[in-house]
Write a protein that binds this ligand. Structure first.
Ligand code: COA
Length: 365
């Protein structure tokens, strides 16, 4: 009898500090109308001083555990590309703070597709009996890696976290994950990148500090002329990313639907990574999905990277837009490039989904 990973809990969290389009327009050459019409975003939440990705992850993880009515999970996977620090991974610390003890805990790095990759990884470990339950958290704080002077990226991204609790169950019960499809194209890795912080720029940083690496004195800046100080910022080729996002997201949804033997019109809710409302609309058009079957919260949170899919899931489920029995496909796209999707019939959750905190909620960190 085969085992499947079944969604049993859902929770999300956004930090209380809000940045509106007008706030950005006061500091950058942009305006509310441009941002709304080109992206669909009205506001985003950002971390405050001293807050980091693990703080967001802990809050979302706690909410997903409460939604499932359990206190523990046997495995923790954190999808993030803004870990608290390059090493060690963020997940073990999150596991400790959630009281999960010495469970296996690791990060998955697939940028905005991270949550789908992490779900697939955890589902595989449940299916093979390595774990009976898993907490999968998508958490990112992109506001910490944006160039304050870059209007193209500053307007898009926000911070947050979302989480799902998986348990072992049967492949034919509601909530069972199925039809996983994943892909990547590393030839396009420069379309969205944060060059610094890794081994390639380690040499440049060593030189900037007047140090030596492997016995050689190195010049500041890498072969491409990047100054070390700027390598910590996210860069993006917006138009090319837009085109790739539409094409790859539509392809991965089709692949998952085929694996599930669901005709595209049988999908009740399409839960796309919230990158840009125009990208989601274009994907919906390609697939012939009516607009009211696309769930969205990008107006309130922006692009929250690995947190985006569980955040919009929690919001849609709490609002009653995502209901038990709905056939749902989750699909992500992001840097790498990476993309992926997975399907499930939406289950009835014991404690209900717990959505992200609104701006009036007081922070609990
Ligand atoms: N405010 C005002 N003008 C802006 C702006 C901003 N925040 N950002 C860019 N512009 C300007 C550009 O400089 C350009 O000016 P120019 O014509 O004088 O050169 C103009 O607006 C049009 O730029 P363009 O890049 O063609 O706009 P666009 O319609 O493609 O929208 C993005 C830009 C970034 C919103 C869009 O390309 C996008 O969403 N790309 C995908 C990004 C994404 O989702 N990344 C994450 C994937 S996981």
């Amino acid at each position: 009898m085969s085992r499947a990973a079944v969604v049993a809990g859902l929770g999300a969290w956004t930090p209380p500090t809000l940045v509106t389009n007008d706030d950005l327009a006061a500091r950058l050459d942009t305006d509310d109308e441009w941002i709304r019409t080109r992206t669909g975003i009205r506001q985003r939440h950002v971390v405050g001083p001293g807050q980091a990705t693990s703080d967001l992850a802990v809050e979302a993880g706690r909410r997903a555990l409460a939604s499932a009515g359990v206190e523990r999970a046997g495995l923790l996977v954190v999808a993030t590309s803004t870990p608290d620090q390059p090493l060690p991974a963020t997940a073990p610390q999150v596991a400790d703070r959630l009281g999960l003890g010495t469970v296996p805990a690791f990060d998955v790095s697939a940028v905005c597709t991270g949550f789908v990759y992490a779900l697939a990884t955890a589902a595989g470990l449940i299916a093979t009996g390595v774990a009976d339950t898993a907490l999968v958290i998508g958490a990112d704080a992109f506001s910490t890696i944006l160039d304050p002077a870059d209007r193209a990226t500053r307007v898009l991204f926000g911070d947050g976290a979302g989480a799902v609790l998986l348990r072992a169950g049967s492949p034919d019960e509601p909530g069972a994950l199925d039809g996983v499809h994943l892909g990547s194209d590393g030839s396009q890795h420069r379309l969205i990148e944060r060059p610094g912080g890794g081994s390639r720029t380690g040499a440049a940083l060593a030189a900037a500090a007047g140090g030596q690496l492997n016995g050689q004195l190195l010049a500041a800046g890498d072969a491409d002329g990047h100054a070390a100080a700027h390598d910590g910022y996210l860069t993006m080729q917006g138009r090319a990313v837009f085109a790739q996002a539409v094409q790859r997201t539509a392809e991965t949804v089709r692949a998952t639907a085929e694996r599930l033997r669901w005709p595209l019109e049988a999908i009740d809710r399409l839960v796309l990574h919230q990158a840009n409302a125009r990208i989601s609309a274009a994907v919906g058009q390609r697939l012939g999905t009516p607009a009211d079957r696309l769930v969205s919260n990008i107006d309130r949170v922006g692009n929250t990277a690995a947190a985006s899919i569980p955040l919009v899931l929690a919001d849609a489920a709490a609002a009653g837009d995502l209901r038990p029995g709905h056939r749902v496909v989750l699909a992500g796209f992001g840097g790498g490039l990476t993309w992926g999707s997975v399907g499930l019939v939406w289950p009835r959750l014991r404690g209900g989904p717990i959505p992200a905190a609104g701006p009036s909620d007081s922070p609990t960190l």
